[in-house]
Design a binder for this molecule. Structure first.
Ligand SMILES: [Zn+2]
Length: 486
């Protein structure tokens, strides 16, 4: 029997969390046809993976890649980490349906407004098909984007008519292939939205089997109340909820992940709640004075009026401008920053929590981005699993493949088994590591050898081949699903 691609002699880690075994896979028609013993099978392309790990392609459950998929469809920051699917539209921010103006943090996707040009999700999906990105896309619709579109004044609760308008747009987007809604009440455009508003806008999720994700209202001193709000939204809607980039931020909060994880674990016994995390003790978003005061150190990632200051520590940037730090925060706007706000022990506790998925939260358009954009997945595999032994390699891979696919309802993905879609990665477990640092944030990771998307080889020998066969993928998930009950 001949196959399109054969991978032999691999250390097979299948994404379910099961122990590694030696074996291979045979691929044809974009799917895995055989797993394990290949016997006399032959492939038009044969890859000898001796000494390497073969795993499902990584799923980045938390991205802001809505525009990158179109403007730079090679998707190198993700593809070169072994990521084959990105979940876009997080933190309340999506590129569609296009808002009439671009207040922060919507400018994280595009400050010019040029890419906020898709009036409907269907139009975005068509553009995505034309762009032929190298990775798959699972799209969320941002509540803040809907809100900027529906409300003239953002500093107040939406009226019933405005809620109905937002709800109708979400319903249409879900009908056109979006997977869920994200909310970001931590940010100004949605800070005035009540819990009731978030629930009423998100109502269509249950009928479409969509998911709700949230950058919680408060990740500092009010984090426990914010977890309660998130759980209440999930119960009111009857849909699964995802706590995005879970963290406890600010020195006063260090150590409090003991409580947040305990609360989330308890809630998991009675409702569908998930969470993701990136493997760094610094966060990144737009430059906000409120966030600066919680940080021990702040790096400027971009500034429209002062692009030359990207990469500098905020105090140094202020010095260059001859301003106080508070004045500099104003003078740099609009701008972005990295904030050193977490304690490493909290990061490790959250990462090691069994149900925690891996998501990068990378900001692909920042000139001097947080290194999570290029380093997240190899850092979990190399630094946390291999070097610190925070968990096994099998667990690390499960957190970025099978677990993520189950939580987002991505059928036939995230696992290596006969019939699954052939999104795969081959890497060297001895050398895989992140190379991006806060000083040099765009260095590609090491040890990622081959990346396969839908049976097509997209990376070989660590270099992109130019194959771009990513698609819009729609996840469907409900609170009664076996994946959630498990
Ligand atoms: Zn966020």
């Amino acid at each position: 029997m001949d196959y399109e691609v054969l991978i032999r002699n691999a250390t097979l880690v299948d994404g379910t969390g099961a122990s590694r075994r030696t074996g291979g896979v045979a691929i044809s028609g974009g799917r895995i046809e055989l797993v394990g013993e290949l016997n006399g099978a032959r492939g038009r392309i044969e890859i000898d993976a001796t000494g390497k790990v073969l795993a499902p392609g990584f799923i980045d459950v938390h991205t802001h890649d809505d525009r990158l998929l179109l403007s730079d469809p090679a998707m190198l920051p993700k593809l070169l980490q072994g990521v084959t699917t990105v979940v876009t539209g997080n933190c309340g921010i999506s590129l569609t349906p296009s808002p009439p103006r671009i207040p922060p943090p919507l400018d994280l996707l595009d400050g010019s407004g040029q890419w906020y040009r898709f009036d409907t999700f269907g139009a975005y999906a068509a553009a995505l098909a034309d762009a032929r990105p190298a990775t798959n896309c699972v799209a969320l619709i941002g509540h803040s984007t809907l809100r900027v579109r529906a409300l003239e004044r953002l500093d107040r609760e939406a009226t019933p008519a405005q809620v109905a308008a937002m709800r109708a747009e979400l319903d249409a987007a879900l009908g056109a292939g979006a997977t869920g809604m994200s909310a970001g009440p931590a940010y100004a455009p949605a800070a005035a939205a009540s819990t009731a508003e978030l629930i009423e806008v998100a109502r269509p999720l249950a009928a479409h089997r969509g998911i709700f994700t949230i950058h919680m209202r408060d990740e500092n001193e009010g984090v426990l109340e914010s977890i309660e709000e998130t759980l209440a939204i999930g119960r009111a809607l009857g849909v699964p909820v995802v706590i995005s980039h879970h963290k406890v931020a600010g020195q006063k909060m260090h150590g409090r992940s003991v409580e947040t994880i305990a609360r989330i674990a308890t809630a998991m016994r009675t409702q569908a709640v998930a969470l993701d995390c990136y493997p760094y003790h610094a966060s990144s978003t737009i430059l906000i004075a409120d966030a600066v005061r919680f940080a021990s150190k702040v790096l400027v990632t971009w500034s429209r009026p002062h692009p030359e200051l990207a990469g500098l520590e905020l105090g140094l940037a202020a010095q260059r401008l001859g301003l106080s730090q508070d004045q500099a925060i104003d003078a740099l706007q609009p701008a972005g920053a990295v904030y050193f706000v977490m304690d490493e022990a909290d990061v490790q506790r959250i990462l090691a929590f069994g149900p925690t998925m891996i998501g990068s939260d990378g900001l692909p358009h920042d000139p001097h981005p947080h290194p999570r954009l290029w380093g997240t997945f190899p850092r979990v595999l190399g630094h946390y699993a291999r070097d610190l032994a925070l968990f096994s390699l099998e667990t690390a891979i499960h957190k970025m493949t099978g677990l993520s696919a189950a939580r987002f309802g991505l059928a036939g993905r995230g696992v290596i088994r006969a019939g699954a879609i052939a999104d795969l990665v081959i890497f060297d477990p001895a050398t895989v590591c992140d190379a991006a640092t806060f000083e040099h944030p765009t260095r590609p990771a090491g040890g990622i050898d081959t990346v396969i998307v839908a049976g097509q080889i997209a990376v070989t020998g660590g270099e992109p081949t130019g194959a771009r066969v990513g698609k819009l993928v729609t996840g469907r998930v409900g609170i009664g699903d076996a994946a959630w009950a498990a």
